[in-house]
Ligand binder design. Structure first.
Ligand code: UGA
Length: 478
């Protein structure tokens, strides 16, 4: 039986998943020790710095730092003091495409050496199937008896930018456990959400769940839970690549992908989400997880070449965007471009695997002169792509756009969808916008005097529109 009482939890790793989980478990009423082996990071967290740009995180940090959440480098002590130990360390991609599990292994070994009673060790990081079994083996090899611990898989489905809300208002909570005792502990941890007491609390962060709409808790085997995480991300990536491929077809047929996406998304079996075409998916999860899932399948002798196609379409999408810029400007060398957006998506400062960064690199190689602006990701971008004779980080949209030959929208920040188009037209050298995120209605762009190229929709240009009556009188097909 799940129990309604605060549980002492350790969270190992203070990255996106670890830090959000630690603060959200505190928000749910538990006591948390958040462990990281990076002393500088821990010192910053102890000082109240959240280190990442994420909604609600500063307020949770303020509320629980030094009360319900402690930050430390001491994993041994955290293990001894806690009943549930969540492992949320990085699983970067290795050369072969596999997830590198050396951090997970190191943590498992250290936990094993400090176990002083029954513990549940929970995989929160995204890991390939069978990792659970490996963790179990590592702990046993370190002399811990089988009945002194259980290993559970509890994948996390939060998105950057809405991480806290996603954690506290999940579509589902998946617990992969092969023992009742471990499942009960996990059920107790999530009880404030699954019973809804959290949603009636005065301090509750609002979201889609409520006392009448509770998140379901799904009990599966550990292996199924591991596959659920990989399969979810791979399916979402597939959905994006699918609509991107459809957008290419729309361009060839002079159709409009937004209309097509609405038409297919209204089918409740398909759904409208993750059907936004663009310059390809990026971030720290989809590219890595699709590669890792493909590699796991190959190792098990399963033909999953579909995932290879998903990756191929994603890479191609960036090349197509580059061709679009070229088609708007004819030649690229020496052209001055305003680039709006560097983060892999809006509402985050994360530039890992950002298609925007890849495109800036490709455009620089083509000899373009770039003024880039992003509301949050410029500091991180400057570390990866330092300012140079051909790359300048601008102070604002206007600063980037001044005298530009064209403006490119590469990240879907809300503010990039509300630009003052008339003012922009006045300060740019040529009124050309190439939008990789379809943030505008094509007619609105036309009305503001822009030549507007977007994804999967017909290009509009004031000149061509003005000539339309004359050309049609002459019988010219536009
Ligand atoms: C993704 C998943 O959405 C989360 O459920 C998962 O927990 C997380 O990975 C993870 O494994 O940790 P995230 O990487 O934060 O979350 O970002 P998403 O919002 O999923 O976007 C990923 C990429 O797809 C972005 O580059 C975004 O611009 C792109 N995208 C998304 C599209 O191009 N079109 C869409 O319709 C949706």
């Amino acid at each position: 039986m799940a129990k309604k009482e605060p549980i002492q939890i350790a969270v190992v790793g203070s990255g996106y998943v670890g830090l959000v989980a630690a603060l959200c478990f505190a928000e749910m009423g538990h006591s948390v020790i958040c462990v990281d082996n990076d002393e500088r990071k821990v010192a910053a967290l102890q000082g109240g710095d959240t280190l990442i740009h994420e909604n609600h995180l500063p307020e949770l940090m303020e509320r629980y730092r030094n009360t319900k959440v402690r930050f430390t480098t001491d994993l041994a002590e955290a293990t001894r003091e806690s009943s549930a130990i969540f492992v949320a360390v990085g699983t970067p991609q290795s050369e072969s495409g596999d997830a590198d599990l050396s951090y997970v292994e190191a943590v498992a070994g250290e936990i094993a050496r400090s176990i002083n009673g029954y513990k549940v060790i929970i995989e929160k990081s995204t890991v390939p199937v069978y990792t659970n079994e490996w963790i179990r083996r590592v702990i046993e090899r370190n002399g811990v008896k089988q009945d002194a611990f259980d290993v559970v898989s509890n994948p996390e489905f939060l998105r950057e930018g809405t991480a806290v809300e996603d954690f506290l208002h999940p579509d589902r909570i998946v617990v992969g456990a092969d023992s009742t005792r471990a499942f009960e502990l996990l059920s107790s941890i999530y009880l404030p959400l699954t019973e809804g007491t959290y949603y009636s609390a005065a301090h509750a962060i609002p979201g889609c769940c409520s006392e009448t709409k509770l998140p379901p808790l799904l009990l599966t085997s550990t292996k199924s839970a591991e596959i659920i995480k990989h399969a979810s991300n791979a399916f979402l990536a597939l959905k994006i690549s699918f609509i991107n491929a459809v957008s290419n077809l729309c361009e060839a047929a002079d159709a409009n992908v937004e209309q097509v996406a609405s038409g297919i998304g209204l089918d409740s079996r398909i759904g409208p989400k993750f059907l936004k075409p663009g310059i390809g998916y990026g971030g720290s999860c989809f590219p890595k997880d699709v590669a890792s899932f493909r590699s796991v399948a190959a190792q098990m002798g399963v033909d999953f070449t579909l995932l290879h196609e998903v990756e191929k379409i994603n890479i191609n999408q960036k090349r197509r965007f580059l061709s679009k810029v070229r088609s708007a400007l004819w030649t690229l060398r020496g052209k001055r471009l305003a680039v709006l957006g560097l983060a892999f998506k809006g509402d985050t400062d994360d530039i890992r695997e950002s298609p925007a960064i890849d495109l800036v690199e490709m455009l620089l190689t083509e000899g373009c002169i770039i003024a880039a602006y992003d509301p949050a990701a410029m500091e991180r971008s400057a570390l990866e792509l330092p300012a140079s004779a051909n790359l300048r980080y601008a102070d604002s949209v206007e600063d980037a756009a001044r005298d530009a030959d064209a403006l490119l929208i590469l990240t879907d920040w809300t503010e990039f969808g509300k630009l003052d188009l008339i003012q922009l037209n006045g300060i740019m050298r040529y009124p050309i916008i190439v939008d990789g995120r379809n943030m505008y209605d094509t007619q609105e762009m036309l009305d503001s005097g822009f030549t507007y190229l977007s994804i999967g929709r017909p290009t509009v240009t004031p000149l061509r529109e003005a000539l339309k009556p004359t050309l049609s009188a002459l019988g010219t097909v536009l």
